[in-house]
Design a protein around this ligand. Structure first.
Ligand code: B16
Ligand code: MG
Length: 219
């Protein structure tokens, strides 16, 4: 009765969201822009260049740079971010995720991954999860960033799943919006994802039995 489950990567499978934040904060400081973890919520699930635009807006510097300069800034942030990825191991998979994935797979329900990150495959390889998902949609396969539904719809489509009979799991407001725009059941990981259909505070609270019963109530 459930066609597919589609996972976000950063912040759901592993806490790379924090590394993105550290790398952006350093880049922003060089521009004399200060960002904090509250502001960082707005960057989650948002593509690299769109994130940079939000940061420059925050510092009122959105008109100060050429496209080429912005690309250089984004590239610098990415190099810093990739240094963190070098230290990533399977131990960095967030609590409860391995158990959740095996519970879903034991019922033969296909799983997908929906990440707007250009580094998604690098992250999955470091976690040794690159052969775990039935289909992976990353930045190379979509034109629009979350909150557009394109990424979750693409995952459902390739998994031959009806979005209305599928579940998406996200830690970002933009991601929950993307799932809802796809008409899927939205599971939020966090405390402020008001638009999710079911929310847990942290990944260790993601129990397949609970998700299924919440989904059934929603249907
Ligand atoms: P990159 P997700 C997103 O991944 C992150 O949440 C977001 O913070 C980041 O800016 C974006 O990927 C782009 O990442 O710079 O590696 O291409 O949450 O969709 O898995
Ligand atoms: Mg995320």
């Amino acid at each position: 009765f459930i066609d597919a489950v589609v996972f976000d990567l950063d912040g759901v499978i592993t806490d790379t969201a924090h590394y993105h934040f550290l790398a952006w904060r350093e880049m922003a400081r060089e521009m004399n822009i200060e960002i904090d973890e509250v502001f960082n919520e707005r960057l989650k699930g948002v593509s690299r260049m769109a994130s940079l635009e939000l940061i420059l807006e925050e510092g009122n510097r959105q008109n100060d740079f050429t496209l080429h300069e912005k690309e250089t800034m984004a590239e610098k942030k990415n190099q810093h971010y990739c240094q963190f990825l070098n230290h990533l191991t399977p131990q960095d998979i967030l609590p409860g995720i391995v158990e959740l994935i095996s519970a879903i797979k034991s019922e033969g329900v296909p799983i997908g991954l929906a990440s707007v990150s250009k580094n998604a495959l690098t992250v999955l390889r470091a976690l040794q999860l690159d052969n775990t998902f039935d289909y992976i949609v990353d930045a190379s396969k979509v034109k629009k960033t979350k909150p557009d539904p394109e990424i979750f719809l693409t995952a459902c489509n390739r998994l031959e799943a009806d979005p209305e009979r599928s579940i998406g799991i996200e830690d970002a407001a933009a991601g929950i919006d993307s799932i809802k725009a796809s008409k899927m059941f939205a599971v939020g990981v966090g405390n402020t994802l008001y638009k999710s259909d079911y929310q847990v505070a942290a990944t260790k609270g993601l129990k397949w039995e609970n998700i299924k019963s919440e989904y059934q109530t929603w249907r």
